[in-house]
Design a protein around this ligand. Structure first.
Ligand code: FAD
Length: 387
């Protein structure tokens, strides 16, 4: 194995940071290039399910996350109008026993900050927007907006839904607007009046839903995220401000608990939900994609970042398996071991049916990316043809 292989990770989101940490842990030189000028804390929450916590264990931040986040006692599905419980699964200690790790809900900014803290000093480079890259066959030259350039042996495109590296592999193509938006709000739970919240719940009715959960251990702060149809998104911004009135209109006639949640809302934003169809190729030469660059999805299973993080772990596993010199073999092995799962999660997320009325989530939460037996690229291809 070539010891001095240089890996450039483009994009310092959750997927890119996981890849860089796991590469560095394996003794591989990994540098992260992120377009943002500095680390930005998004005011949002995020679910970290047991399949993802197993990666956090190896990255060394499982305990820190458990100390910061809420470990909900259960996940509840409720009718949005009547409040009737449609389905529930026990989490807390039961999740740890059943799926092998905790199920947590946390502040996304805390999670991102902890991930960043695992990287070797001086290996995260902010203000580096990739504008072009060239694979010379011997190496890849990366060019950044600030006029600088870097060279790497392997480039991981972890640069999100509008990935420059995806564009290099497949040409320019706009992501699909799915016809739904997500409202997001996070605020002090003290402001809630007459609302006894489940620790983590999803309320559904007709064509819309709202997911509500705490984001910290002491359950001081509550977060919600919706899915609401909106036929057009013409703004160029990735989000816009929304309002309590807009929320009241979207959830008119819903249960009083939802009305009191809206009343307590301080600030609320709205985000267009975008996706892509599964990509035919995930890599070429020295370039490889992961996460939203590769399989962006609707957030309705709360697994988009989870899939990016699992991708990162599987990619590093395959590079170790095949050897850094055999990156093309490693990339084929990686796709063979990730595409079926990522595509399934993309499909279920699009259906927005996950845990609504009842199902066994073990295939998703019980998965361990480090332990799952590897399938060869040939076996996966034959299996794919047979389906
Ligand atoms: C409303 C909503 C709720 C969600 N909730 C959950 C949840 O609970 N659980 C979950 O697992 N997932 C959730 N997701 C999905 C999750 O946010 C994404 O799937 C995840 O962030 C993808 O991670 P990534 O690292 O692949 O990409 P990103 O997070 O998009 O990171 C890409 C990074 O690349 C950088 N970048 C882009 N272009 C360039 C360039 N040219 N040069 C350099 N840097 C560049 C960007 O600035 C960014 O930092 C949710 C998504 C939405 C919209």
């Amino acid at each position: 194995m070539k010891q001095n292989t240089r890996v450039a990770v483009v994009g310092g989101g959750l997927g890119g940071l996981a890849a860089a940490r796991l590469l560095q842990k394996a003794g591989i030189n990994a540098q992260v290039y992120e377009q943002a000028p500095s680390f930005l804390k998004l005011g949002a929450g995020i679910h970290i399910s047991p399949n993802v916590m197993k990666v956090m264990r190896v990255m060394g931040i499982e305990k820190d996350l458990e100390a910061a986040g809420c470990s909900p006692d259960r996940w509840r599905s409720r009718d949005g109008v009547t409040g009737e419980i449609l389905f529930e699964i026990a989490l807390g200690d039961i999740a740890r026993q059943r799926f092998g790790a905790s199920y947590l809900t946390v502040r996304r900014g805390d999670f991102h900050g902890m991930m960043l803290g695992t990287l070797q000093a001086g290996t995260t480079h902010f203000g580096k927007k990739l504008v072009d890259l060239k694979d010379t066959g011997e190496a890849v030259i990366l060019k950044f907006e600030d006029g600088t350039a870097e060279e790497a042996d392997i480039v991981i495109g972890a640069d999100g839904i509008n990935s420059k590296i995806r564009e290099k592999l497949l040409g320019p193509e706009r992501a699909n607007y799915t016809g739904d938006i997500a409202h997001r709000a996070m605020f002090s739970a003290r402001g809630l009046k007459g609302f006894e919240s489940d620790q983590c719940s999803k309320w559904w009715s007709g064509d819309r839903h709202i997911v509500i959960y705490y984001v910290d251990k002491n359950r001081d702060e509550i977060y919600y995220v919706t899915g609401v149809p909106d036929p057009e998104w013409n703004a160029t911004e990735s989000w816009l401000p929304s309002s309590r009135d807009e929320m009241r209109e979207a959830f008119a006639g819903w249960h009083p608990a939802i009305q009191s949640l809206i009343d307590a809302t301080q600030e609320v934003t709205k985000w267009p939900l975008m996706d892509r169809n599964p990509l035919p190729i995930w890599s070429e030469g020295r370039l490889v994609l992961l996460g939203d660059a590769c399989h962006p999805m609707k957030p309705h299973m709360a697994q988009g970042a989870g899939m990016a993080i699992e991708d990162a772990a599987m990619l590093v596993r395959c590079l170790q398996e095949a050897g850094l010199n055999n990156h093309e073999t490693a990339f084929q092995l990686y796709k063979a071991n990730r595409s079926e799962r990522a595509t399934r999660v993309q499909r279920v997320s699009k259906q927005n049916s996950w845990l609504r009325f009842g199902e066994d989530p073990s295939w998703c939460f019980g998965y361990d990316v480090f332990e799952v037996p590897l399938v060869s690229a040939q076996a996966q291809q034959a299996h794919g043809l047979a389906l």
